[in-house]
Design a protein around this ligand. Structure first.
Ligand SMILES: Nc1ncnc2c1ncn2[C@@H]1O[C@H](COP(=O)(O)OP(=O)(O)OP(=O)(O)O)[C@@H](O)[C@H]1O
Ligand SMILES: [Mg+2]
Ligand SMILES: [Zn+2]
Length: 256
């Protein structure tokens, strides 16, 4: 372990305020390393990995969305669709800071269209404003719940993760802002459907804000069931991010 060069591991810095020749004030203040550790803990508890922490509205680039391709459903270009989605995400953050009991967002679109990026932008902004958020990658979260059924299994996704299914469920039900990333990228059993229904129904009944990202478009009802899908439509505004080329690939092309 590396010892902090500022405080030598004590966590405190001694400061002297010079008030006059006789009345100097000596006080101990928390070192920057303590503040950083606290910040890391807040991000970890929110489920934001290092890469997700880098996603900020300033870095969301609209150039990846074609101006000459048409979203057939809305009759507007991919670029316009992305701009509206980006705007909705920013407005969500502003509105959430005033009143957390607001309608969420359901972000749909193909692989590599920026859904997770935008959801993470929202999470980072809300955290920065001091709000409480939980970013859940749905397939991992379901695995985490499954792992609690096996007491031998210590393979928790996050070190601070609660150990019981009840803890995990309560956290996802009650957090003021829940982000369900990659909903649909998991197997569809009655068990997974019930878990997701339980979370979503609770949040709907308590008017808690929820953001969802998914690849599913029309197939969403087949995969999640009618009851869950209907609730999602009620509690979220629907936005689509459409790309011609997967941004993961497009951003690589740029560098070659
Ligand atoms: N508008 C954008 N501006 C800058 N980078 C972007 C943008 N959209 C996506 N990216 C980058 O492209 C990669 C893929 O984006 P992202 O993970 O958000 O895709 P996704 O739509 O969630 O895909 P999937 O359906 O596979 O989960 C990420 O590295 C992200 O940082
Ligand atoms: Mg994603
Ligand atoms: Zn220090």
């Amino acid at each position: 372990m590396i010892t902090c060069k500022h405080c030598a591991g004590s966590g405190l810095i001694i400061k002297t305020d010079f008030l006059g020749s006789r009345n100097n004030l000596v006080r101990a203040v928390p070192c920057v390393c303590v503040q950083n550790k606290l910040k890391q803990a807040i991000y970890a508890k929110a489920g934001l990995t290092y890469l997700l922490r880098q996603c900020t509205f300033d870095h969301f680039d609209l150039k990846y969305y074609a101006t000459n391709k048409l979203d057939e459903v809305k009759g507007i270009s991919y670029a316009k669709t992305a701009q509206l989605t980006y705007q909705a995400a920013k407005e969500f953050v502003v509105n959430f800071s005033k009143n957390p009991y607001i309608t969420g967002l359901l972000l749909t679109g193909p692989v590599g269209s920026g859904k997770t990026f935008l959801a993470a932008c929202i999470a980072n902004s809300v955290l920065q404003q001091g709000g409480r958020v939980l970013f859940v990658v749905v397939p991992d979260w379901l695995d985490q719940i499954r792992s609690t059924y096996n007491p031998q299994n210590t393979n928790q996704v996050r070190r601070e993760a609660p150990l019981t299914e009840q803890d995990l469920m309560a956290e996802a039900r009650e957090v003021p802002l829940l982000i369900l990333d990659d909903l649909g990228a998991h197997n569809y059993t009655d068990w997974t459907k019930n878990k997701l229904y339980s979370i979503i129904n609770y949040r709907l009944n308590h008017q808690l804000a929820t953001i969802v990202t998914t690849n599913l478009m029309d197939e969403i009802t087949d995969h999640l069931g009618e009851r869950t899908t209907s609730r999602l439509y009620q509690m979220c505004k629907l936005y689509r991010l459409l790309v011609d080329v997967d941004v993961r690939y497009a951003s690589k092309l740029k560098k070659i």
